[in-house]
Design a protein around this ligand. Structure first.
Ligand code: PIT
Length: 303
Protein backbone atom coordinates (compact mmCIF):
# COMPACT_ATOMS: atom_id res chain seq x y z
CA UNK A 1 0.00 0.00 0.00
CA UNK A 2 2.78 2.37 0.96
CA UNK A 3 4.59 1.84 -2.34
CA UNK A 4 1.48 2.59 -4.32
CA UNK A 5 2.18 -0.11 -6.90
CA UNK A 6 -0.97 -1.28 -8.62
CA UNK A 7 -2.44 -1.83 -12.05
CA UNK A 8 -5.92 -2.06 -13.49
CA UNK A 9 -5.67 -5.55 -14.98
CA UNK A 10 -7.95 -5.64 -18.05
CA UNK A 11 -9.30 -9.12 -17.24
CA UNK A 12 -10.79 -7.65 -14.05
CA UNK A 13 -11.56 -4.09 -15.11
CA UNK A 14 -12.96 -4.57 -18.60
CA UNK A 15 -16.37 -2.90 -18.85
CA UNK A 16 -15.91 -0.81 -15.71
CA UNK A 17 -16.44 2.93 -16.03
CA UNK A 18 -13.51 5.32 -16.30
CA UNK A 19 -15.03 7.29 -13.42
CA UNK A 20 -14.81 4.24 -11.13
CA UNK A 21 -11.16 3.71 -12.00
CA UNK A 22 -10.46 7.40 -11.46
CA UNK A 23 -11.95 7.26 -7.96
CA UNK A 24 -10.01 4.09 -7.08
CA UNK A 25 -6.77 5.73 -8.26
CA UNK A 26 -7.50 8.80 -6.16
CA UNK A 27 -8.12 6.62 -3.10
CA UNK A 28 -4.84 4.76 -3.66
CA UNK A 29 -2.78 7.94 -3.70
CA UNK A 30 -0.03 7.42 -1.15
CA UNK A 31 0.42 11.02 -0.02
CA UNK A 32 -2.39 11.83 2.45
CA UNK A 33 -2.29 15.46 1.35
CA UNK A 34 -2.97 14.64 -2.27
CA UNK A 35 -5.24 11.63 -1.60
CA UNK A 36 -8.97 12.22 -2.11
CA UNK A 37 -10.81 12.94 1.14
CA UNK A 38 -13.99 11.12 2.20
CA UNK A 39 -15.94 14.28 1.34
CA UNK A 40 -14.17 14.48 -2.00
CA UNK A 41 -15.09 10.85 -2.68
CA UNK A 42 -18.76 11.53 -1.87
CA UNK A 43 -18.69 14.41 -4.36
CA UNK A 44 -16.80 12.44 -7.02
CA UNK A 45 -18.32 12.13 -10.47
CA UNK A 46 -18.81 8.34 -10.00
CA UNK A 47 -21.12 8.99 -7.02
CA UNK A 48 -23.43 11.30 -8.93
CA UNK A 49 -26.79 10.05 -10.14
CA UNK A 50 -26.21 12.01 -13.34
CA UNK A 51 -23.59 9.56 -14.55
CA UNK A 52 -24.79 6.64 -16.64
CA UNK A 53 -22.90 3.61 -15.41
CA UNK A 54 -22.13 0.63 -17.64
CA UNK A 55 -24.47 -2.32 -17.16
CA UNK A 56 -21.53 -4.72 -16.96
CA UNK A 57 -22.28 -7.68 -14.73
CA UNK A 58 -19.38 -8.20 -12.39
CA UNK A 59 -18.76 -11.78 -11.36
CA UNK A 60 -18.88 -12.03 -7.59
CA UNK A 61 -16.98 -15.32 -7.70
CA UNK A 62 -14.06 -13.77 -9.51
CA UNK A 63 -13.89 -10.91 -7.03
CA UNK A 64 -14.08 -13.29 -4.08
CA UNK A 65 -11.38 -15.54 -5.49
CA UNK A 66 -9.07 -12.56 -6.09
CA UNK A 67 -9.67 -11.44 -2.51
CA UNK A 68 -8.91 -14.82 -1.01
CA UNK A 69 -5.99 -15.50 -3.38
CA UNK A 70 -4.34 -12.30 -2.19
CA UNK A 71 -4.95 -13.27 1.43
CA UNK A 72 -3.57 -16.76 0.82
CA UNK A 73 -0.47 -15.41 -0.89
CA UNK A 74 0.15 -13.06 1.99
CA UNK A 75 -0.35 -15.95 4.39
CA UNK A 76 2.17 -18.09 2.46
CA UNK A 77 4.66 -15.25 2.32
CA UNK A 78 4.45 -14.20 5.95
CA UNK A 79 3.00 -17.31 7.54
CA UNK A 80 0.41 -17.33 10.29
CA UNK A 81 0.24 -13.89 11.80
CA UNK A 82 1.46 -14.27 15.35
CA UNK A 83 0.79 -11.96 18.24
CA UNK A 84 4.22 -10.51 17.62
CA UNK A 85 3.38 -9.67 14.00
CA UNK A 86 0.23 -7.98 15.24
CA UNK A 87 2.43 -5.85 17.51
CA UNK A 88 4.77 -5.08 14.60
CA UNK A 89 1.84 -4.06 12.42
CA UNK A 90 0.82 -1.66 15.17
CA UNK A 91 4.32 -0.31 15.45
CA UNK A 92 4.45 0.20 11.68
CA UNK A 93 1.08 1.95 11.77
CA UNK A 94 2.15 4.22 14.58
CA UNK A 95 5.54 5.04 13.09
CA UNK A 96 5.91 8.48 11.72
CA UNK A 97 4.74 8.30 8.14
CA UNK A 98 6.37 11.63 7.31
CA UNK A 99 9.88 10.26 6.81
CA UNK A 100 8.57 7.65 4.43
CA UNK A 101 6.63 10.24 2.47
CA UNK A 102 9.57 12.61 2.17
CA UNK A 103 11.63 9.87 0.58
CA UNK A 104 9.01 9.34 -2.10
CA UNK A 105 9.49 11.29 -5.29
CA UNK A 106 5.99 10.86 -6.61
CA UNK A 107 3.01 8.59 -6.44
CA UNK A 108 2.69 5.55 -8.66
CA UNK A 109 2.27 6.23 -12.37
CA UNK A 110 -1.48 5.76 -12.32
CA UNK A 111 -2.19 7.79 -9.22
CA UNK A 112 0.25 10.52 -10.24
CA UNK A 113 -2.04 11.40 -13.13
CA UNK A 114 -5.01 12.09 -10.90
CA UNK A 115 -4.89 14.66 -8.15
CA UNK A 116 -7.07 14.48 -5.07
CA UNK A 117 -10.49 16.09 -5.31
CA UNK A 118 -11.19 19.07 -3.13
CA UNK A 119 -14.92 19.48 -3.49
CA UNK A 120 -16.88 19.54 -0.30
CA UNK A 121 -20.03 17.48 -0.14
CA UNK A 122 -22.73 18.40 2.27
CA UNK A 123 -23.66 14.81 3.09
CA UNK A 124 -25.58 14.98 6.29
CA UNK A 125 -25.22 12.27 8.87
CA UNK A 126 -28.21 11.96 11.11
CA UNK A 127 -27.76 10.63 14.60
CA UNK A 128 -30.32 8.66 16.52
CA UNK A 129 -30.99 8.22 20.17
CA UNK A 130 -31.44 4.99 22.01
CA UNK A 131 -32.88 4.44 25.43
CA UNK A 132 -30.15 1.97 26.36
CA UNK A 133 -28.97 2.24 29.94
CA UNK A 134 -25.45 1.05 30.77
CA UNK A 135 -25.12 -1.70 33.39
CA UNK A 136 -21.37 -1.40 34.02
CA UNK A 137 -21.65 1.55 36.48
CA UNK A 138 -23.23 -0.89 38.98
CA UNK A 139 -19.81 -2.54 39.34
CA UNK A 140 -21.40 -5.96 38.82
CA UNK A 141 -19.80 -8.29 36.24
CA UNK A 142 -20.78 -8.75 32.59
CA UNK A 143 -22.14 -12.26 33.32
CA UNK A 144 -24.61 -10.81 35.78
CA UNK A 145 -26.38 -8.96 32.98
CA UNK A 146 -25.63 -11.00 29.86
CA UNK A 147 -25.79 -14.65 28.81
CA UNK A 148 -23.11 -15.58 26.29
CA UNK A 149 -24.24 -17.67 23.31
CA UNK A 150 -22.64 -18.83 20.03
CA UNK A 151 -19.18 -17.69 19.03
CA UNK A 152 -19.28 -15.31 16.05
CA UNK A 153 -15.61 -14.77 15.42
CA UNK A 154 -12.11 -15.00 16.76
CA UNK A 155 -8.82 -13.21 16.19
CA UNK A 156 -5.73 -12.34 18.17
CA UNK A 157 -6.61 -11.74 21.81
CA UNK A 158 -10.31 -11.30 21.12
CA UNK A 159 -13.35 -13.53 20.64
CA UNK A 160 -16.77 -12.24 19.59
CA UNK A 161 -19.92 -13.96 20.89
CA UNK A 162 -23.60 -13.38 20.49
CA UNK A 163 -25.11 -12.51 23.85
CA UNK A 164 -28.53 -11.92 25.38
CA UNK A 165 -29.23 -9.09 27.75
CA UNK A 166 -31.06 -11.06 30.46
CA UNK A 167 -33.45 -8.40 31.70
CA UNK A 168 -34.53 -7.01 28.31
CA UNK A 169 -34.14 -10.14 26.17
CA UNK A 170 -32.34 -8.06 23.54
CA UNK A 171 -29.42 -9.52 21.59
CA UNK A 172 -25.96 -7.99 21.26
CA UNK A 173 -22.48 -9.04 20.22
CA UNK A 174 -19.76 -9.06 22.84
CA UNK A 175 -16.08 -8.75 22.07
CA UNK A 176 -14.16 -10.43 24.84
CA UNK A 177 -10.50 -9.41 25.06
CA UNK A 178 -8.07 -11.32 27.24
CA UNK A 179 -5.25 -8.94 28.12
CA UNK A 180 -3.25 -11.48 30.20
CA UNK A 181 -0.52 -11.83 27.55
CA UNK A 182 -0.86 -8.36 26.05
CA UNK A 183 2.10 -6.03 25.82
CA UNK A 184 1.70 -2.37 26.83
CA UNK A 185 1.25 -1.30 23.17
CA UNK A 186 -1.72 -3.65 22.85
CA UNK A 187 -3.33 -2.38 26.04
CA UNK A 188 -3.01 1.16 24.67
CA UNK A 189 -4.60 -0.03 21.43
CA UNK A 190 -7.55 -1.54 23.28
CA UNK A 191 -8.04 1.78 25.07
CA UNK A 192 -7.89 3.59 21.72
CA UNK A 193 -10.52 1.21 20.34
CA UNK A 194 -12.89 1.94 23.22
CA UNK A 195 -12.22 5.69 22.98
CA UNK A 196 -12.92 5.67 19.25
CA UNK A 197 -16.12 3.63 19.59
CA UNK A 198 -17.46 5.81 22.40
CA UNK A 199 -16.66 8.90 20.43
CA UNK A 200 -18.47 7.59 17.36
CA UNK A 201 -21.66 6.54 19.11
CA UNK A 202 -24.75 7.67 17.28
CA UNK A 203 -23.34 7.44 13.75
CA UNK A 204 -25.83 5.61 11.54
CA UNK A 205 -23.29 3.45 9.72
CA UNK A 206 -20.83 2.68 12.47
CA UNK A 207 -21.28 -0.27 14.79
CA UNK A 208 -22.47 0.95 18.16
CA UNK A 209 -20.72 0.29 21.44
CA UNK A 210 -23.30 -0.11 24.21
CA UNK A 211 -21.30 -0.93 27.30
CA UNK A 212 -17.82 -1.83 28.54
CA UNK A 213 -16.95 -4.12 31.46
CA UNK A 214 -13.36 -4.33 32.68
CA UNK A 215 -12.90 -7.35 34.93
CA UNK A 216 -9.26 -7.99 35.75
CA UNK A 217 -7.61 -9.27 32.58
CA UNK A 218 -10.84 -9.57 30.66
CA UNK A 219 -12.49 -6.64 28.90
CA UNK A 220 -15.99 -7.01 27.46
CA UNK A 221 -17.19 -4.67 24.73
CA UNK A 222 -20.96 -4.92 24.30
CA UNK A 223 -21.70 -4.11 20.66
CA UNK A 224 -24.67 -3.86 18.38
CA UNK A 225 -25.77 -7.18 16.93
CA UNK A 226 -25.26 -7.46 13.19
CA UNK A 227 -26.89 -10.60 11.81
CA UNK A 228 -26.03 -10.45 8.13
CA UNK A 229 -22.36 -11.44 8.21
CA UNK A 230 -19.69 -9.47 6.40
CA UNK A 231 -19.91 -7.71 3.04
CA UNK A 232 -17.44 -10.27 1.69
CA UNK A 233 -19.88 -13.11 2.54
CA UNK A 234 -22.68 -11.20 0.91
CA UNK A 235 -20.74 -10.63 -2.30
CA UNK A 236 -19.78 -14.31 -2.46
CA UNK A 237 -23.43 -15.29 -2.09
CA UNK A 238 -24.35 -13.17 -5.11
CA UNK A 239 -23.78 -14.42 -8.65
CA UNK A 240 -23.23 -11.03 -10.18
CA UNK A 241 -23.42 -7.45 -9.15
CA UNK A 242 -23.16 -4.08 -10.83
CA UNK A 243 -21.38 -0.77 -10.43
CA UNK A 244 -24.72 0.65 -9.35
CA UNK A 245 -24.82 -1.67 -6.33
CA UNK A 246 -21.16 -1.00 -5.59
CA UNK A 247 -21.90 2.72 -5.64
CA UNK A 248 -24.57 2.32 -2.93
CA UNK A 249 -22.09 0.47 -0.71
CA UNK A 250 -19.41 3.11 -1.34
CA UNK A 251 -21.79 5.92 -0.48
CA UNK A 252 -22.42 4.31 2.93
CA UNK A 253 -18.76 3.52 3.44
CA UNK A 254 -17.50 7.00 2.56
CA UNK A 255 -20.07 8.69 4.78
CA UNK A 256 -19.08 6.41 7.69
CA UNK A 257 -15.42 7.24 7.09
CA UNK A 258 -16.31 10.92 6.79
CA UNK A 259 -18.06 10.75 10.17
CA UNK A 260 -14.87 9.25 11.69
CA UNK A 261 -12.56 11.78 10.04
CA UNK A 262 -14.65 14.75 11.15
CA UNK A 263 -13.89 13.55 14.66
CA UNK A 264 -10.20 12.97 13.82
CA UNK A 265 -10.54 9.18 14.07
CA UNK A 266 -8.58 7.13 11.54
CA UNK A 267 -9.94 3.57 11.19
CA UNK A 268 -6.76 2.17 9.56
CA UNK A 269 -8.19 -1.24 8.72
CA UNK A 270 -10.97 -0.73 6.19
CA UNK A 271 -11.70 -3.92 4.26
CA UNK A 272 -14.65 -6.06 3.23
CA UNK A 273 -14.37 -8.23 6.37
CA UNK A 274 -14.92 -5.16 8.53
CA UNK A 275 -18.16 -4.09 6.89
CA UNK A 276 -21.00 -5.86 8.65
CA UNK A 277 -24.55 -6.29 7.43
CA UNK A 278 -27.82 -6.18 9.22
CA UNK A 279 -30.81 -7.43 7.33
CA UNK A 280 -34.21 -6.10 8.22
CA UNK A 281 -37.32 -6.26 6.02
CA UNK A 282 -35.23 -7.24 2.97
CA UNK A 283 -33.27 -4.08 3.48
CA UNK A 284 -29.61 -4.55 4.27
CA UNK A 285 -27.83 -1.85 6.18
CA UNK A 286 -24.04 -1.79 6.25
CA UNK A 287 -21.94 -0.70 9.19
CA UNK A 288 -18.25 -0.15 9.67
CA UNK A 289 -16.83 -2.35 12.44
CA UNK A 290 -13.60 -3.41 14.10
CA UNK A 291 -11.88 -0.32 15.41
CA UNK A 292 -9.03 -2.47 16.73
CA UNK A 293 -6.52 -0.37 14.77
CA UNK A 294 -8.32 2.95 15.12
CA UNK A 295 -6.53 6.02 16.41
CA UNK A 296 -7.49 9.53 17.34
CA UNK A 297 -5.05 11.68 15.42
CA UNK A 298 -3.76 15.11 16.29
CA UNK A 299 -3.18 16.47 12.83
CA UNK A 300 -5.71 16.36 10.07
CA UNK A 301 -3.14 15.29 7.49
CA UNK A 302 -2.70 12.07 9.46
CA UNK A 303 -6.10 10.94 8.22
C1 PIT B 1 -21.38 -8.30 15.45
C2 PIT B 1 -21.23 -9.51 14.80
C3 PIT B 1 -19.95 -9.94 14.49
C4 PIT B 1 -18.84 -9.20 14.85
C5 PIT B 1 -19.01 -8.01 15.50
C6 PIT B 1 -20.27 -7.54 15.79
C7 PIT B 1 -17.82 -7.25 15.85
C8 PIT B 1 -17.82 -5.95 15.91
C9 PIT B 1 -16.73 -5.09 16.30
C10 PIT B 1 -15.44 -5.51 16.57
C11 PIT B 1 -14.48 -4.60 16.96
C12 PIT B 1 -14.82 -3.25 17.10
C13 PIT B 1 -16.10 -2.83 16.83
C14 PIT B 1 -17.03 -3.75 16.44
O1 PIT B 1 -13.85 -2.35 17.47
O2 PIT B 1 -19.80 -11.11 13.85
O3 PIT B 1 -22.61 -7.88 15.74
O4 PIT B 1 -13.21 -4.94 17.22
Amino acid sequence: TRNGHYQFFPQRWKGISQAAKDLVAKCLTVSPIRRISSEGALAHEWMGEGLTLPKTLISAKSLASTYYETKKQRHEKYGQRSDEDQGNRLKELNDDFTVFLEERVCDSIVSAVTGAGRTVCGASVSSYQTKFKEDSPTGLPFAHFYAKEAQLGKGGFATVYRCRHKSSGMYYAVKEVDTTNCRPIEITTLREEVTALKYLRGAPNIIRLYDVFIEGNITYLVLEEMRGGTLMHRIIAKEVYTEREAREVCRTLFSAVNYCHKRNIAHRDIKLDNLLLHEENNDASIKLADFGFAKKVKRENSL
